[in-house]
Design a protein around this ligand. Structure first.
Ligand code: UGA
Length: 438
């Protein structure tokens, strides 16, 4: 099939490359000229594993800012443009509406798959308005940044929402992924586990995407809350989460306590779900609480550090981590950056290091970005681990102790061994504190 993908972000680009791996001809449309130029040169604008090598493999793939060149004669369009948050917490679907108008103008009658995360009813609205001549299918994605290609080729499930007669096209489009029959590309080889196509109506598919993210954040806020209780009653949260993780009904993923969840999806999607539920007359109590807990979790870390460093003048913090999670350079809605902003507001100096981030428009200019963790820790009163990069778990603690001015290490991602920190002559504080001796 000939597929046009609108939007060359994480979702669009990984979908496009997965379609190409599956043997389809693919054109990618994006309004961002600089991004399109980079993609034409075979450069990965996202720093995602496998993207650059796949761009090399499919070097004849079309990247264009010209809607006519993108949509003319296609068999299907996949729309993967951003749906950011408005000031009222709702999803802003203006980019989607613009693309829908463009598709309506340029594309032949075909299927339009909505990969973007959109409020329930958006697909129906497009079907009634801009895309009247088209078959509109809700086809939300579930990929994680840092794993975008793997999650596109080896999804847990593929969700399709539309009329019964739309299902065959969607099944054909994803056939090689559903049956794991695509030709191997380096380390990307078909696997034995086959995902299922879960077919439903459009509105359910749209809600399912929000429900999945909302469930994951609720789990994370819950585990952070249990970690706080554990600290208060002198129980060991690591032991407690091990018990939770061993119950298949709970599942072992998303149980690591931390300073909170962030990124370009969780905060935006949870606020949007609360907003469109409220608009439909329903108050989503648990999700509101999960969001509130996430805000409090960050303040808790900040306040604990403020207490620990009370009375010190000219405080310098070594902030380890800037990205919203390990394995990505993305700093959008990063808890690490929110923490840096609180530190700066208090007048503290912040020296930061992140293995994936050299510069980012989201890093406040007052933050000094260093080239190594030790450089950031040099002369610091406290080291704060804010992103769960594995290299931070392997820090040379003796060297850290030698270069620091103070001796406080705050593990905001539960990745250090408190005993090892103490053995290096450092003071451990964090979201997973050990049980006090007496
Ligand atoms: C998330 C979802 O996991 C994807 O399934 C979804 O498709 C995507 O949003 C989206 O809506 O597009 P992503 O934003 O890449 O993916 O982030 P995650 O890997 O889920 O991590 C989110 C946050 O949770 C990070 O801040 C991370 O540090 C935190 N986290 C995760 C924890 O604090 N503890 C954990 O155990 C796991």
């Amino acid at each position: 099939m000939l597929i046009a993908v609108a939007g060359a972000g994480y979702v669009g680009l990984s979908s496009a490359l997965a379609f190409a791996v599956s043997g389809h001809d693919v054109r990618v449309f994006d309004r961002d000229h600089a991004r399109v130029d980079r993609l034409r040169r075979g450069e990965d604008p996202l720093a995602e594993p496998f993207v650059e090598e796949l761009l090399g493999t499919f070097s004849d793939m079309t990247f264009t800012t010209d809607p006519r060149a993108a949509f003319r004669g296609v068999d299907a369009v996949a729309v993967a443009v951003g749906t950011p948050t408005t000031s009222r917490g709702e999803a802003d679907i203006s980019q989607l509406l613009i693309v829908a108008d463009t598709v309506a103008r340029e594309a032949p009658q075909c299927h339009v798959l909505i990969r973007s995360t959109v409020p329930v009813g958006t697909g129906d609205r497009l079907r009634r308005e801009a895309l009247r001549r088209f078959r509109v299918v809700a086809n939300p994605e579930f990929l994680r940044e840092g794993h975008a290609i793997e999650d596109a080729l080896y999804p847990d499930r593929i969700v399709g929402g539309g009329d019964a007669e739309d299902e065959p096209l969607v099944r054909a489009l994803y056939e090689q992924i559903l049956e794991q029959r695509f030709p191997p590309r380096g380390a990307l080889v078909p696997r034995t586990a086959h995902p299922r196509l879960l077919w439903m109506d459009r509105r359910s598919a749209e809600l399912a995407k929000y429900a999945a993210n909302a469930f994951l954040v609720t789990k994370l806020s819950f585990v952070n809350e249990i970690a706080n209780v554990a600290a208060a009653v002198h129980a060991d949260i690591r032991a407690v989460t091990e018990v939770l993780a061993s119950d298949p009904r709970i599942g072992s993923a998303y149980l690591r306590p931390g300073i909170g969840w962030g990124g370009s999806c969780f905060p935006k999607d949870t606020r949007a779900l609360v907003a469109f539920a409220a608009e439909s007359g329903y108050e989503f109590t648990i999700l509101r609480a999960a969001i509130e807990q996430n805000n409090k979790q960050l303040l808790r870390t900040y306040e604990e550090l403020a207490t620990e460093l009370e009375g010190r003048v000219g405080v310098r913090i070594a902030l380890l981590g800037l990205a919203f999670k390990a394995g990505t350079a993305d700093c959008r809605d990063s808890r690490a950056i929110a923490l840096a902003e609180l530190f700066l507001t208090r007048g503290w100096e912040v020296h930061a290091f992140d293995p994936g981030v050299v510069s980012s428009p989201f890093v406040p200019p007052a933050v000094q970005v260093k080239r190594t963790a030790i450089e950031a820790a040099d002369g610091a009163d406290a080291v704060v681990i804010a992103t769960e990069w594995p290299s931070f778990a392997a820090l040379n603690l003796e060297e850290l102790r030698r270069v620091m001015r103070g001796n406080l290490v705050y593990d905001g991602r539960c990745i250090l061994e408190p005993d090892a920190v103490a053995a290096a002559g450092l003071r451990y504080r964090g979201v997973c504190p050990p049980i006090p001796n007496d």
